[in-house]
Design a protein around this ligand. Structure first.
Ligand code: HEM
Length: 411
């Protein structure tokens, strides 16, 4: 049973159907009465209000990011063995690093993902999206996930990493559902299956880094290779392979799910799709509202470095925190009438979906650009698109990575 300050039981199952279908609703009582509570089932302190989540994100001296990528469901021994058979050696990749090293590395590695740099990819991304839409536009129906959203962010992630075009074609077939490994509840058998995919990705990442070392290109891995040559201690070989691998994971499922969530909600609201088609200048704020209303990353994690008081609750040193972004984004203290989906919401951009502070998502400009382009092209080409009526949106049980497995549309 979950222990709360007030003594009243606070139930929270991050894999349960209630949370999968309505993450913010599942923590509504917590936000109102018990904003920070300890879950003994999870052995995590669950943080549900906007201000507390923001504080934990920002205060890098009190809260460490080191556990950010640890599997939430401990790995079965057979999955560990399988990973070891690929010489898989996970290491630091910014998101799970602490100061002062984190800031030194980030300063060196960030430039290729800055907004003005990724803006240069707009033409290539638009061509890519156009090619995918061409393949189904005359069909009259599509599954937006299978036909468009699974592959486009993976390919864009490879491009921005600096992977040459020939290898993009090969690498896109290796894409994995890594979110399930880190945030899901896979059975031991399923873990072994994913471990094989992870292992293959790991090896391929090593090959891609080797090629980029021989044939320098542009992008964030080539930049990391440059830094490695200047300062091999700041960025070593293991770090390069981890960056290639985890960078693609960071860029892929997050954006696929964010755009699938966006389409689901934009198409469900009467008149919104047509309004975006008639006035594309509404799209950037609509993207922010989609990211707020239905975040593709529902939770993030920190550990208390020392005893801390958060939301009036004392958390011991070493206490692990589950920062529920999907709940903070629906905090009525910041977003009036938070359950209303409103593409004109003035402060939609204040959402927590990309984190806050020194670790905030380095890929946010790219994710925003991709989402904008996809919405611009779809609303322009398929103004009459609607959701196939009666479909049920299903989600793989996952505490954080959140997006419908399919979004069936017709026109
Ligand atoms: C909608 C899509 C995305 C979402 C929701 C998302 C979300 C996040 C979140 C929550 C964090 C952790 C923030 C923190 O600890 O404070 C993060 C970090 C990061 N993301 Fe994203 N992300 C997205 C897309 C991308 C893309 C496209 C890339 C790469 C091209 C990317 C690269 C990174 C990197 C490198 C970090 C680590 C930054 C650091 O720790 O300094 N992300 N992202």
């Amino acid at each position: 049973m979950t222990q709360t300050q007030s003594g009243c039981p606070m139930s929270f199952d991050p894999f349960g159907e209630e949370y999968q279908q309505d993450p913010a609703g599942a923590l509504a009582a917590a936000r109102a009465h018990e904003p920070v509570f300890y879950s003994s089932e999870l052995d995590y302190w669950v943080v549900s209000r906007y201000a507390d989540i923001k504080e934990a994100f920002r205060d890098t001296r009190a809260y460490s990011a080191a556990i950010a990528l640890d599997p939430l469901t401990p790995l079965a021994p057979e999955a560990r063995e399988r990973l070891a058979s690929y010489d898989f050696a996970p290491g630091p990749v910014l998101v799970n690093e602490d100061p002062p090293l984190h800031l030194r590395r980030r300063k060196e590695l960030a430039p290729p993902l800055a907004a003005d740099e990724v803006a240069k990819l707009e033409g290539r991304i638009r061509d890519l999206v156009t090619r995918y839409i061409d393949a189904f536009a005359s069909r009259g129906h599509a599954d937006m996930v299978d036909d468009l959203l699974w592959e486009v962010p993976a390919i864009v992630g490879l491009l921005v990493a600096g992977v040459p075009d020939e290898d993009v074609e090969r690498a896109r077939h290796y894409t994995i559902k890594m979110g399930l490994f880190t945030w899901g509840k896979p059975s031991a058998e399923h873990q072994v299956e994913i471990a094989d995919q992870v292992g293959r990705w790991w090896r391929l990442s090593g090959e891609l880094v080797d090629r980029l070392k021989r044939e320098p290109g542009r992008g964030w891995v080539p930049r990391a290779i440059e830094v490695h040559r200047q300062d091999p201690e700041l960025v070593n070989d293991n770090h390069l392979q981890n960056m290639m691998m985890s960078g693609l994971v960071a860029a892929h499922e997050t954006t696929t799910n964010a755009t699938a969530n966006a389409l689901r909600h934009l198409l469900a609201e009467p008149g919104v799709w047509q309004a975006l088609g008639e006035d594309p200048s509404l799209i950037p704020n609509a993207v922010e509202e989609c990211l707020r209303y239905s975040s593709s990353v529902l939770c993030w994690r920190r550990t208390a470095v020392r005893e801390v008081v958060l939301g009036g609750v004392t958390i011991p040193a070493g206490g692990r925190l589950l920062l529920v972004i999907g709940s903070g984004n629906h905090d009525e203290r910041v977003f009036p009438d938070p359950g209303r989906f409103d593409i004109h919401r003035p402060n939609a951009k204040r959402h927590l979906t990309f984190g806050v502070g020194s670790h905030n998502c380095m890929g946010a400009p790219l994710a925003r650009l991709e989402m904008r382009i996809i919405l611009e092209e779809l609303t322009r080409r398929l103004p009459g698109m609607r959701l196939v009526p009666g479909q049920e949106f299903t989600y793989l049980p996952n505490a954080s990575f959140h997006g419908p497995r399919h979004v069936l549309t017709e026109w």
